[in-house]
Design a protein around this ligand. Structure first.
Ligand SMILES: [Zn+2]
Ligand SMILES: [Zn+2]
Length: 484
């Protein structure tokens, strides 16, 4: 038994009036005490800090995030020569494929991708996979291109199915030890970001569930709670693996950046309305079949046309409120679509960081969609105030895995009408997240009987004056991260 003393506790959407103590036994909260503290128990003083229920990020790509954290992060480079120098510094580190990620050509002075010849000039023997920030396009050096079977395009930048094919080819070559290492690296980053749990997708978003069974069999070895999804259309493989949910970023459409998100009206200065990757019939068949097997379904849908396509299927099924099917991203929603999401009982799993990074009247979304449409994106408050249960995620590795950053982003949406209150922003990472995984009785709240998961910060997250500091992250009663 452990007694954590002297912290303000976030209970029922508010702080306790005075500091209290948490009695934890065997990973479970057994009591909340205000006085007459037991003296025969090991005790840890939290010195008046603020204790939230442990935060859960409900949408990550942790394998890629963990794996790439062992590779090269390109988010810091601002010119092509800088990019090449950073890659060149890694050319001899290993015989394995080098993964570089977070390339955003719009951030580079040259406003373009590097060429293959430039990549080869700094790293020619070791295979190199370089991914764009949104994951929807990539580049390979010549050594890597030679390895991918069936890659016939002459295009230097791989997009759409060629991007997926190439990336999954390289991911499939990775050995179990390295896979587990990637998930351990991801868990460590999650803890540093204030999370006690993360949902993560495993599989190629096509026919394979990848290393799902490997992670399923090793869940107890990780310091945080992983909630895993076979990210695949292969219902049989998911059933055989004993999964209760399926999907993630299985794609109804693409991304705003690649102009492949499916819209009702065209992109700004373009005739294109983006792409629906599958027919209505395809989704009706897949989702109906999945629901028949009691799977919770999650589908990536960004544009209004794609969200409606998926939500229409959810709406046609009586089981949606029960199984809690998910609309991943759910970015562009007018008021009519919000009504329809309410009617279907689906759960939007959304990313506050997207608005932080790309929202705003002068932002990336406004340039792609026009100012008017950019204001009906990522409508956190409109959805929640419509009694729709929204959950929060980072889509990490796409954006940072950092709870205070995401929570504060949700409270500071560029459109004041879409800002969440402090309590709502906390809810999407705590009780709503627990509800999403059907664990509302055992996680996501500070109350006796719940898993002892806590995120402890030096100040409430609605104090925007100073940067919050994560002091401790406690998972199942054990301190897994401590501020150094
Ligand atoms: Zn995703
Ligand atoms: Zn996605």
């Amino acid at each position: 038994m452990t007694l954590y003393t002297n912290a303000y506790l976030w209970i029922n959407d508010a702080w306790t009036a005075q500091p209290a103590a948490l009695l934890v036994d065997n990973g479970i909260i057994t009591d909340i005490l205000y006085h007459n503290l037991p003296t025969n128990v090991a005790s840890i003083n939290l010195y008046g800090a603020y204790c939230y229920p442990g935060f859960t990020d409900t949408h990550t790509h942790s394998f890629e995030g963990g794996l790439y954290s062992l590779g090269v992060d390109l988010s810091v480079v601002r010119t092509i020569p800088e990019l090449l120098a950073l890659l060149g510094a890694n050319k001899h580190n290993s015989a394995d494929t080098l993964f570089a990620w977070q390339l955003d050509e719009a951030q580079l002075a040259e406003k373009r991708f590097p060429t293959i010849a430039e990549l080869d000039s700094v790293i020619n023997l070791r295979p190199l996979v370089l991914r764009r920030i949104d994951g929807h396009s990539c580049m390979l050096n010549t050594a890597a291109r030679a390895l991918v079977p069936g890659l016939t395009t002459k295009d230097e930048i791989l997009r759409g199915t060629e991007n997926d094919h190439a990336v999954h080819y390289f991911h499939k070559q990775i050995q179990p030890d390295t896979i587990l290492q990637a998930y351990q690296a991801a868990a460590k980053i999650a803890l540093q970001g204030g999370f006690t749990g993360i949902h993560t997708m495993i599989g190629d978003a096509d026919n394979s569930i990848g290393h799902y069974s490997l992670i399923r069999d090793n869940l107890s070895k990780f310091p945080i709670s992983y909630t895993i999804y076979p990210q695949s259309f292969n219902l049989k493989a998911a059933l055989d693996a004993g999964a209760s949910r399926i999907g993630g970023c299985i794609l109804a459409d693409g991304s705003i950046g690649s102009m492949t998100a499916a819209l009702n009206s065209p992109y700004e200065n373009s005739d294109s309305r983006g792409v629906l990757y599958q027919s209505d019939q395809f989704w009706a068949d897949f989702i109906t079949q999945a629901a028949k097997h009691k799977f919770q379904v999650a589908v990536h849908c960004i544009g209004d046309r794609a969200i409606k396509q998926i939500n229409d299927v959810y709406k046609s099924l009586d089981s949606t409120p029960l199984l809690r099917h998910q609309l991943i991203h759910c970015e562009l929603t007018d008021n009519t679509l919000i009504e329809e999401i309410y009617a279907s009982g689906a759960v939007p799993v959304m990313q506050p960081n997207f608005d932080l990074l790309w929202g705003g009247d002068e932002g990336f979304y406004a340039r792609k969609l026009g100012g008017q449409r950019s204001r009906i994106m990522n409508r956190f408050a409109s959805l929640m105030n419509h009694s729709i249960r929204v959950c929060g995620g980072s889509d990490w590795y796409i954006t940072a895995l950092n709870a205070p950053m995401s929570i504060i982003a949700a409270m500071n949406h560029h459109n004041p009408a879409e800002r969440l209150t402090h309590a709502q922003a906390i809810a999407i990472y705590t009780k709503n997240a627990a509800w999403l995984s059907h664990e509302e009785n055992s996680r996501g709240a500070i109350k006796p009987g719940c898993q002892a998961d806590f995120t402890i910060v030096n100040q409430p997250l609605d104090n925007f004056g100073t940067q919050p500091i994560i002091q401790k992250v406690i998972c199942k009663g054990v301190i897994r991260y401590e501020q150094v």
